[in-house]
Design a protein around this ligand. Structure first.
Ligand code: GTQ
Length: 362
């Protein structure tokens, strides 16, 4: 029996009017009776207001390009279309804890330097040759790269192109904005300079920390990974080898999580990230977890069945799986590669993460 059925089946109390009268008298003192809301405050299982949703890139791209004629990246500071969970309008969040948006930077534009307590990830969706500079090091963006802006690090973005060509570049921003809002712990400031001074050569962080080795002497003390660009070429190569060598996991396919090489934990304290390959013909079993998760489709067309709803996705689409919603992934026609992120490291730190790998056939 579900709690709602129990509640509606309960007979109306004989003193209902008396209780209502009592509630009215305590309200001016900012008091409310717990016994009326206990079932909702402490639910038997997660009852998220979020719904599953899919954003089709083919629909969004022309609208994004249209925004470039309305406002420059500099005036906008960050020219982004926020992906709002359809059930949370006006909330600028895709799950209760995670913000997502598609950011566009046109040839020659600059998104000026600033910093904030919120951590950000950039997952490059469309185009190449833009750059972001983080804490004095620049990195050039290619599709599928996973790039980090740590909490309180100065960052500016630009687009000068590469190899003589320069094109619009779009990436998926993932930030912990709703978490910072929840904690009322957000600070931000603009830099004096529009573009920060570049202090280290490109690739320096990856050379120091990105080859399963770390410098014997280093002073990296932040909880965020010292690698700030995890290039797609390398992550994709690992998945391609696994696909040749191993059978896929029945629920997840071939799925790897990105790590902070100094801890083995998530690259960012508030957001965990993964890359997975579903080999052609994969028909996954359903699984669910308490971390509502955002997926960005890198390669291939496939199907996500989320809480019984069927979404057909293709390259560059974004979809969201709410907390505890069963997810079944399949790739009937071609190999599929998915990037995903969630608040998993926070739930793990709190000891509250739950997940289930379901076994019934259906
Ligand atoms: O690039 O710094 O999508 O500050 C939202 C807030 C991007 C950014 C967003 C931000 C940024």
């Amino acid at each position: 029996m579900n709690p709602t059925a129990q509640k509606s089946a309960a007979p109306a109390p004989a003193n209902a009017a008396e209780r209502r009268n009592y509630y009215e008298r305590i309200r001016p003192l900012h008091l409310t009776p717990l016994w009326e809301s206990l079932h909702a405050l402490v639910p038997r299982e997660p009852a998220t207001p979020c719904v599953p949703a899919l954003w089709r890139y083919d629909e969004i791209r022309p609208l994004l390009m249209e925004s470039a004629a309305l406002i420059t990246a500099e005036e906008a500071v960050r020219r982004v279309l926020v992906l709002e969970n359809p059930a949370l309008p006006g909330n600028s969040s895709i799950t209760q804890s995670i913000y997502a948006g598609l950011q566009l930077i046109m040839p020659g534009e600059v998104a000026p330097s600033h910093r904030h307590v919120q951590s950000a990830l950039r997952f490059i969706v469309d185009g190449k040759g833009a750059y972001t500079t983080v804490g004095g090091e620049r990195t050039t963006m290619y599709p599928g790269d996973f790039i980090i802006t740590p909490s309180w690090a100065w960052h500016d973005h630009g687009n000068e192109g590469i190899g003589g060509t320069v094109e619009p570049v779009v990436w998926l921003d993932g930030l912990d904005i709703p978490m910072l809002r929840f904690f009322d712990a957000g600070f931000a400031e603009n830099d004096d300079a529009k573009v920060q001074h570049v202090a280290r050569p490109e690739g320096n962080s990856l050379a120091r920390f990105g080859h399963n080795m770390v410098p014997v002497r280093h002073d990296h003390a932040s909880p965020t990974s010292p690698i700030f660009n995890y290039p797609y070429a390398r992550s994709r190569e690992a998945l391609a080898l696994l696909q040749k060598q191993e059978a896929p996991d029945a629920w997840l396919g071939h799925k790897l999580r990105y790590i902070n090489p100094l801890t083995g934990g998530a690259p960012m304290p508030t957001i965990g990230t993964q890359l997975q390959l579903l080999p052609r013909g994969f028909a996954g079993k359903a699984h669910r977890a308490t971390d509502g998760t955002v997926y960005s489709v890198v390669e291939g067309r496939g199907i996500a069945e989320i809480a019984g709803r069927r979404f057909e996705f293709g390259p560059r689409d974004t979809f969201v799986v709410p907390s505890w919603a069963p997810l079944r992934l399949s790739a009937p026609g071609e190999d599929v590669v998915l990037f995903s992120f969630s608040d998993r490291p926070v739930q793990q730190a709190m000891g509250i993460l739950r997940e289930a790998f379901l076994d019934e056939d259906a």
